[in-house]
Ligand binder design. Structure first.
Ligand code: AMP
Length: 455
């Protein structure tokens, strides 16, 4: 994947831990929302709403993934392609996990929505969907923050997203994913050597569409190509944050042209342009995780919490901090569920387990912050206890195995060397993210089982 940042804010937001702010991080961080579920909010759980949106005399099918929590949520409208076989639901779910509401419509005449499909109709439907999100009744009902509504679209939806954002000066920004510059299709349609293939390209996409045909759509492109010019639209929305993502094996050349048009038109300090190009096809078949990460990192400029990274860190080198939680635990200042203790080593339950039964093993005598500072003697004492804890997890909890994790700098939050001993359920992946705190009663009961099995 190649990445380019044309403007300051995005580069600043994306500058990773310990990276100079003006440099692109060598490895862009993967936001936690891409790989981990948030804790359920029992009072305001994540939910799904289904409804219809009035547009052009019909009501088109629509739904919204509602984020959990009672704060007003930033909200993303996701507009699908032509006809929309690639639903991008994984992207919508990831963005919802990041704390955003995500709404989807099916344009009139597509996928069971009433009416006749056309590009003009789809434009109006995208605009109507955005107006729906702005309606004060819907703002209250779905806990929408109207100052942070972003419109995203894939392929033809990229065009519709740009159109909707151009029509609404209050829309916060746009995401165009391998967008289709529909108007440019005219060149192929009027070229006798290319017309047949261009018509076939339209025809193979019409089965889920009602009230139209390849010929009708071709005529619409030929007669209204100026209105379907995405370069012009990209320039119009360059006054706001814009994320352009191109697929190298499909529409990347188009995306580069859109970027050039937007860059030339940039006339506002708010108009930041972010470009990313991925080594994949039009459906991002090889780059789903990269796509989600790119979108969520970019959304972080509107809501920093949503782009939270699961594995931040602390400096590798620093003086030992006597107030760190594990120093306090050793001094008996913080409560723990103890699994094992001798004159040098203490093993206790992690209060936010990656898996039930997660134990931390620390030295009571060494002030090593990480593996680079500990003596081989102290380390061997720790590892010997870690192995016994692992065996006790297998014996006491009935798990198939265990994994040892030890973070240094990146991924480390407590500056006192500690060995994670994590029970493993066969086939269940281990997530390296910040976990929610567990139920103390359950942790205590699990601790008793491990303690009882310690040899
Ligand atoms: P690391 O991110 O590798 O530094 O791991 C630190 C671990 O310590 C995390 O898994 C935290 O959940 C855990 N932790 C931090 N404070 C406490 C505490 N007071 N009691 C139990 N576990 C803790």
């Amino acid at each position: 994947m190649t990445r380019l940042f044309a403007a300051g804010l995005a580069a600043l937001m994306l500058a990773g831990f310990a990276t100079p702010v003006d440099a692109e991080p060598r490895f862009a961080p993967i936001p936690q929302a891409v790989v981990a579920d948030p804790a359920r909010d029992p009072a305001h759980p994540a939910d799904m709403a289904v409804f219809t949106v009035p547009t052009g005399g019909v009501r088109v099918n629509a739904m919204m993934y509602l984020a959990s929590g009672d704060r007003p949520h930033p909200t993303m409208l996701m507009l699908h392609g032509f006809p929309g076989n690639e639903t991008n639901i994984d992207l919508m779910q990831a963005v919802r996990r990041a704390g955003w509401n995500v709404m989807r419509i099916n344009y009139r005449g597509s996928w069971g929505s009433p009416g006749k499909f056309s590009f003009a109709g789809s434009r109006a439907d995208g605009e109507a969907a955005l107006a729906f999100l702005r309606d004060p009744a819907n703002v209250a009902k779905y806990r929408i923050d109207p100052s942070r509504i972003v419109v995203a679209g894939h392929s033809m939806g990229g065009f519709m997203a740009a159109d909707a954002v151009a029509a609404d000066p209050k829309a916060a920004g746009a995401i165009l994913i391998d967008a289709w510059d529909i108007g440019k299709q005219k060149a192929d349609l009027v070229d006798p050597t290319k017309r047949k293939a261009a018509l076939e390209g339209l025809r193979e996409n019409t089965p889920p569409l009602a009230g139209t045909s390849a010929e009708l759509l071709a005529r619409e492109i030929e007669t209204t190509s100026a209105k379907l010019d995405l370069e012009a639209l990209s320039a119009r929305i360059a006054d706001r944050p814009l994320l352009l993502i191109g697929a190298e094996h499909a529409g990347a050349p188009t995306t580069r042209k859109l970027a050039a048009a937007a860059r030339q038109a940039q006339n506002s300090p708010k108009g930041t342009l972010t470009e990313a190009y991925m080594d994949t096809d039009h459906s991002f078949s090889d780059s789903r995780i990269a796509l989600e990460a790119e979108v969520i990192r970019w959304l972080g400029q509107f809501d920093p919490a949503s782009a939270k990274v699961g594995t931040p860190g602390i400096p590798l080198k620093a003086a030992y901090d006597e107030t760190n939680p594990f120093a306090r635990i050793i001094r008996g200042e913080l409560p723990i569920f103890k699994v094992y203790e001798d004159d040098q080593v203490l093993a206790f339950m992690d209060y936010a387990p990656a898996e039930p039964g997660h134990v931390l093993v620390i030295s009571k005598t060494s002030k090593a912050r990480n593996l680079l500072e500990i003596s081989p003697q102290d380390l061997s004492r720790l590892m010997a206890v870690a192995a016994r804890v692992g065996q006790a997890q297998v014996d006491g909890l009935g798990v198939a195995g265990f994994t040892i994790v030890q973070n240094n700098g990146v991924g480390q939050s407590v500056p006192h060397l500690h060995i994670h001993v994590i029970p493993r359920v066969a086939g269940k992946p281990l997530m390296f993210v910040e976990n929610a705190k567990g139920d103390p009663k359950e942790i205590e009961a699990t601790a008793a089982k491990i303690r009882g099995a310690m040899k």
